[in-house]
Design a binder for this molecule. Structure first.
Ligand code: 5GP
Length: 134
């Protein structure tokens, strides 16, 4: 049976897409630490990020470089933080979190923010618009 992120990539479960190419997909985390908190995944299913083959791994980082640029242009952030956690969902993924620079922002113990479906959609669309310019 496919995992949740594979179902998201295949469109069987809805997501707020922020970027895509033939090998990678990025979408808003449903339980974000900040507006624009994004998950970037390879389309190939491998549980653990550091088990990806070298080419897919480096391709993922080339992809997230672009996604981070789109995040930086579309959200009022000072920087984009990168985090690998991977304790919940067994499909390799990287968290990208827009940072304000106030400290301790990449901490999963922090309260998550809640966004309406409209806010998720507007945020995702504005990141996607920047992504496709790159
Ligand atoms: P991790 O595996 O890195 O510990 O955490 C998985 C992340 O995936 C969490 O931040 C969680 O909010 C997010 N997540 C889990 N299920 C879904 C889902 O169905 N849709 C989206 N957009 N995010 C999810």
């Amino acid at each position: 049976m496919s995992g949740i992120f594979k179902k998201i990539i295949d469109g069987e479960i809805p997501s707020y897409k922020v970027a895509e190419d033939d090998r990678y997909y990025a979408f808003l985390d449903i339980n974000p630490l900040a507006k624009g908190h994004t998950l970037a995944v390879p389309k190939v299913v491998v549980d653990y990020l550091f088990d990806l083959d070298a080419e897919t791994y480096s391709g993922l980082f080339a992809f997230i470089k672009k996604v981070s640029a789109a995040l930086k242009s579309s959200t009022a952030c000072k920087s984009v933080g990168l985090m690998v956690y991977g304790l919940d969902v067994p499909h390799a993924h990287v968290h990208l979190v827009p940072l304000k620079g106030i400290g301790n922002e990449l901490n999963f113990s922090n309260p998550r923010i809640s966004l309406t479906p409209d806010e998720f959609k507007i945020t995702a669309d504005s990141i996607y618009k920047e992504f496709i310019k790159l």
